[in-house]
Design a protein around this ligand. Structure first.
Ligand SMILES: [Zn+2]
Length: 263
């Protein structure tokens, strides 16, 4: 399982808010069984292609560090008529699992700017840059279905009920600017805890901080397991050394690079 949609590693600006830079790794393309094809729009909404409204929004906000917020906003705008009230659409986008949001973003890229994508990939064997040109329609987008909630038994016999982190949590975590990994873990656990023993949400951060490290790790592992991945990768053959490897497909990176010079 890859960790690019991990709710816990959203730290600062990355080329994609959904994938850590170190995610470029050697792994065979995999198509696990039991996955569904994506096309996972919020119910009642239809995606339209981008217009000048979104183009202007993107250009005005390019430099902002919260790339998750940026893509949520653009997607929400493209779920209503140009210039329309997108507040309900934004709520719906924020409620999507990150992988489902990303699959929709990929569809927006395809319908707005075409299916050809040109990208640079660094060879994992020799470090040389490779230009990769491919067709978005050749990629199979598969996203697993996500459970609504998960339940865990803590070491003190209490039960914890959690909901899955979503695209809104991802944007809010980036906006919160929490520096440390442990702090982000606390932030996210506080946010997604629905029930702890006999207590119901909302919880303050003391509840998440007071959990044992063992329990926190268990909860995090359970969340990571339940959060669906967007299983996207492209096969690359290095033009310098001939090494064959699989490179992650960076949805937001391709999306943003389609709009002029990304800072
Ligand atoms: Zn190479």
């Amino acid at each position: 399982m890859t960790s690019e949609t991990s709710p816990m590693d959203s730290s600062g600006r990355v080329s994609s808010p959904f994938r850590a830079p170190e995610a470029l790794e050697e792994r065979p393309p995999s198509r696990p069984a039991g996955r569904q094809r994506a096309g996972l729009l919020p119910a009642g909404f239809e995606l339209r292609e981008m217009t000048g409204y979104e183009e202007e929004y993107l250009e005005e906000h390019f430099a902002e560090s919260n790339t998750a917020e940026l893509v949520n906003q653009v997607l929400a705008r493209c779920l209503v008529p140009p210039g329309g009230d997108f507040r309900a659409a934004l709520r719906a986008v924020r409620a999507l699992p990150v992988a489902h949001r990303d699959a929709t973003l990929l569809e927006l890229r395809r319908c707005s700017l075409g299916k050809r994508v040109l990208s640079e990939v660094t060879c994992v064997a020799c470090g040389e840059h490779n230009e990769v040109d491919f067709d978005l329609t050749e990629i199979t987008v598969e996203v697993a279905a996500a459970p609504e909630t998960i339940e865990c038994h803590l070491s003190d016999n209490r039960r914890a009920l959690l909901r899955l982190p979503n695209a809104g949590d991802q944007a809010d975590l980036l906006a919160a600017g929490v520096e440390s990994m442990a702090g982000r873990r606390t932030w996210m656990l506080t946010r997604v805890l629905l029930r702890l023993g006999d207590d119901e949400e909302p919880f303050d951060d003391h509840c998440a901080k007071a959990l044992t490290t063992k329990d926190r790790r268990q909860l995090e592992a359970a969340l990571e397991k339940a959060v669906p991945d967007l299983d996207l990768s492209m096969g690359v053959v290095c033009q310098s050394c001939g090494h064959e490897f699989s490179s992650p497909f960076d949805v937001a990176g391709f999306f943003f690079s389609s709009f002029g010079d990304v800072p």
